[in-house]
Design a protein around this ligand. Structure first.
Ligand code: XMP
Length: 324
């Protein structure tokens, strides 16, 4: 399938983005009429931009569903509620399914089983929520041009096949002719914050595959707090735009720590940062030692249960970006 007009100029400026937005708003209104549209709002760049575009075009006729699987980074779900629910006054259904996901993941340590459980449950929760809605005629998706050329037109999370059989929904895919960088420019022109639009890739299973082995609430909490510190300090050191993907990982082992003269079993935290163009080959950036030291000091003093911080120097291949 080839849907991009090669004469279309690359959207690099706000002016070009505004032209695109104006055209799409008209097309969406024409396609949808006065019917309702459903959207799974994961908080990723693509679904966020589609949400903002549809809100501009049809306002409350868009029903967005955000499922918090409890494996989001710190403040991510809160930001979605703040930006879409409050600032853009969207018709937003927020589902906190944290307990449900964590219960299902209890004692599950195999990474692929964890991925499957998270993916299946995500579709299930989304289905349950959409089944409660009436008069939905369309399903919006954040399909972008690279999804189209990889012939994966339908994104796994919001898979139409996963929706209840009685819902025969027509697709609305307003950014499917855009490259990722163009989606970001359009998002900015729509007024979305940089924290949403310039987001680094974040895996669907979220922190679930960075809390190694069987997920526990206390390790997940430590991981989330350490990750938030890393992001804050990379921002301050102007590294956010220079490093392709960076995050923390918490293994399911303890290591000996010492506090007030007492020996304790505490966790190590690993910092992972990579640069790449294709996600297939990655190098590890040389981060200023002072920055690494400062992040280490903050994690050790602010995150309970952590006694060691390590920086992963392994390239891909042989190591993958994620630890599991
Ligand atoms: P790896 O670890 O294979 O990661 O080097 C390559 C890129 O893919 C992301 N990743 C995932 N994304 N679901 C996703 O949506 C997953 O299960 C998953 N596993 C890895 C990873 O963050 C990196 O950007």
């Amino acid at each position: 399938m080839h849907i991009r007009d090669e004469n279309m100029p690359r959207i690099t400026t706000t002016e070009l983005a505004n032209e695109f937005i104006e055209k799409q708003v008209k097309e969406i209104r024409k396609q949808v009429g006065d019917k309702k549209v459903l959207l799974g709002l994961s908080g990723g760049v693509d679904s966020s931009v589609v949400a903002a575009l549809l809100i501009k075009a049809i306002g409350k006729q868009l029903v967005s569903v955000h499922v918090n699987h409890g494996l989001m980074r710190k403040n991510e779900s809160e930001e979605i509620v703040e930006v879409f629910g409050k600032q853009l006054d969207a018709n937003l259904i927020y589902v906190d399914a944290t307990d449900r996901f964590l219960k299902l993941l209890e004692d599950v340590s195999d990474p692929e089983t964890k991925r499957k459980i998270i993916g299946n449950e995500f579709v299930k929760v989304f289905d349950e929520e959409s089944a409660k809605l009436e008069d939905i005629s369309f399903l919006a998706q954040g399909t972008i041009y690279s999804d189209v050329i990889e012939s994966k037109g339908v994104k796994a999370h919001h898979n139409v096949g996963g929706l209840p059989k009685h819902m025969k929904l027509e697709l609305v895919e307003p950014v499917k002719s855009l490259y990722k960088d163009e989606v970001r420019v359009v998002g900015k022109a729509l007024g979305l914050p940089s924290s949403m639009v310039d987001r680094q890739p974040f895996p669907g299973p979220g922190l679930g595959i960075r809390c190694l082995g069987a997920i526990t609430k206390d390790r997940l909490h430590a991981l989330r707090e350490a990750d938030a510190i890393l992001r804050e300090e990379f921002d301050k050191a102007n590294l956010t735009d220079k490093v392709w993907q960076f995050f923390t990982v918490i293994p399911d082992i303890t290591s000996t720590g010492v506090k007030d003269g007492k020996r304790l079993d505490y966790w190590p935290v690993i910092i992972r940062a990579v640069n790449t163009v294709d996600a297939l080959h990655c190098t590890v950036p040389e981060i200023d030692y002072k920055v690494l030291k400062h992040i280490t000091d903050r994690i050790l003093s602010e995150v309970d249960g952590v006694c060691r911080v390590l920086y992963d120097l392994s390239p891909k291949p042989i190591a993958t970006i994620e630890w599991e």
